[in-house]
Design a protein around this ligand. Structure first.
Ligand code: XMP
Length: 503
């Protein structure tokens, strides 16, 4: 369906590029550099920025399919350097890169720069730069520090700055000119219409066969199951697995919510087996592996009772990119838990209705289709649940302590009306005990850590500045109500260097 392709070389701004394109009304798909799929509808290709140097061993090279397509190209930052290298220009490392705002002078006689002033402020973020353009390329932008900030040859446009970032003045105009003046793209993106088309397509594809899918109550699986329910009604069968590591009360609330949406649901309480298998396990990746495998086992047992042909997965764009990247180039930081492996084992075909969408588009789509706001705007919750928030060995007593701590913490944030402003907030139970004094008596209780972050899609995060009075209130409620907790600390670490979860 994509009319524009954004090739993701790993820039933190890639998602902004495709957002901008869709905001301008054009269909767009993000693709992995090693997996370029150009269709008859593709009218242009955007090459994103990226953290690597084009000369590093691990660096992505320019996929030949892009050049062979002869389609217009807009290359940004790393993309610019990649194009320059490909056509034998020179890319060099600078002693100190350029990061931040930079004035740029444009040669605005080219249609891609129509209606844009000659001097603009742009956002730069690069270590290497193009120091000599390849033959046939002409310079169309120069930074005040003297760096080549933009170049073109025929229908290839390349910029060192980031037009997709809102700090770049007229950046959206550059993208708009590229789309409509260079690529002659048509306005064809509308989320409402998209969902209607999707439902019709799924209806036709699936017919009267059955689809099963794990539903957790999270945004992605809820929206995905709801779309399928709209397409095939009760032949969409959701399976809700309670692994005993959910937040307090979730196992009571979530299935009810899903049923209110009309989703045909099977509930499985597997908490005992999960806890049993986790006994004595302290290593985070091992915990994840056990939970992942047990989940598949439990799910498979239920699924086998249903004669289905398809497995629904709530995969969204960031999962596609993450798994493509982690399988090919980057290091595995944490293995994320899903039902991988099941489709082949059970001979099921995969249905992934959300794989082209971003998290906020999934939310918007959910709201447009009539899913209540509070189901859609839930904080993310990891598949392995509280097991990766209990540092060290997990047992039922610790799970219950953490459920209470987490509940009181989140309740306090809600009362002070800041919960809705935070991307993710939760408590962690440490395997450390510390001395305290409670009612003139020496006490010796566990340490609980509180965490709250704001984040862009979970890839990076900054710790949230909860007001001191709220922290004080949460701390005193937690130590007052939960005798096992002797001390409360607040986590003030960004991602990177830490991750959002503690394990
Ligand atoms: P990290 O800890 O990697 O988390 O910075 C980023 C986001 O992903 C969630 N997370 C997971 N989600 N399975 C999941 O489904 C997992 O194993 C997992 N580990 C982390 C985390 O809650 C945060 O939102």
């Amino acid at each position: 369906m994509s009319d524009m392709i954004v090739v993701d070389y790993g820039s933190q701004y890639t998602f902004l590029l495709s957002r901008r394109i869709r905001e301008l009304g054009v269909k767009c798909e993000v693709q992995h550099p090693n997996d370029i799929r150009i269709s008859k509808n593709t009218v242009g290709i955007v090459l994103s920025g990226g953290p690597q140097s084009v000369y590093s061993e691990k660096a992505y090279q320019l996929n030949q399919k892009i050049i062979d397509s002869n389609l217009p190209i807009l290359a940004i930052c790393y993309g610019f350097q990649l194009i320059s290298k490909y056509f034998n220009g020179k890319v060099e490392k600078h002693d100190h890169g350029e990061y931040g705002l930079m004035e740029v002078t444009l040669d605005n006689t080219d249609p891609v720069l129509d209606d844009i002033p000659k001097n603009i402020i742009t956002w730069m973020s690069h270590g290497d730069s193009v120091t000599m353009l390849p033959e046939g390329f002409s310079q169309i932008a120069k930074s005040s520090s003297g760096i080549i900030a933009g170049a073109k040859k025929d229908n290839i446009y390349a910029f060192q700055f980031h037009p997709e970032v809102h700090h770049t003045q007229y950046g959206l105009n550059i993208i708009k000119n590229f789309l409509f003046k260079i690529c002659k793209a048509k306005e064809n993106w509308n989320l409402g219409e998209y969902s209607e088309e999707l439902i019709q397509k799924l209806k036709k594809q699936i017919g009267n066969r059955k689809v099963i899918g794990g539903v957790s109550g999270g945004v992605d699986s809820t929206v995905a199951a709801y779309i399928l329910k709209k397409a095939i009604g009760n032949n969409m069968i959701g399976i809700f697995v309670n692994h005993g590591l959910l937040r307090k009360n979730e196992e009571n609330v979530v299935p009810g919510n899903l049923r209110k949406l009309g989703i045909n649901l099977i509930e499985v309480d597997a908490s005992e087996i999960f806890l049993q298998r986790l006994r004595g396990i302290t290593e985070p990746e091992e915990k994840r592996k056990i939970i992942g495998e047990t989940f598949i086992e439990v799910f498979e047992k239920e699924a086998k009772k249903i004669d289905s042909d398809y497995l629904l997965q709530g995969t969204i764009y960031s999962d596609v990119i993450e798994s493509a990247a982690s399988s090919k180039t980057s290091d595995k930081i944490k293995s994320h838990h899903n039902v991988g492996g099941l489709p082949e084992r059970m001979n099921l075909k995969l249905i992934e209705p959300l794989r082209e969408l971003f998290k906020d588009e999934v939310r918007e789509l959910g709201i447009k289709m009539g899913i209540p706001w509070e189901y859609i705007n839930r904080q993310p919750f990891p598949g392995p649940g509280l097991a990766i928030r209990i540092i060290g060995a997990v047992d039922e007593r610790k799970v219950n302590i953490l459920k209470e701590v987490d509940f009181i913490y989140r309740q306090t944030l809600k009362e002070f009306n800041i919960y809705k402003d935070i991307w993710q907030s939760f408590a962690v139970l440490l395997p450390v005990k510390s001395v305290g004094v409670k009612g003139d008596m020496r006490s010796y209780g566990y340490v609980a850590a509180l965490r709250a972050v704001n984040s862009a899609e979970g890839m990076t995060a900054s710790w949230y500045e909860i007001p001191y009075n709220v922290l004080r209130e949460a701390s005193s409620r937690i130590t007052g109500k939960i005798s096992e907790i002797g001390r409360v600390v607040y986590d003030i670490t960004d991602k990177p260097p830490s991750t959002i979860e503690w394990e």
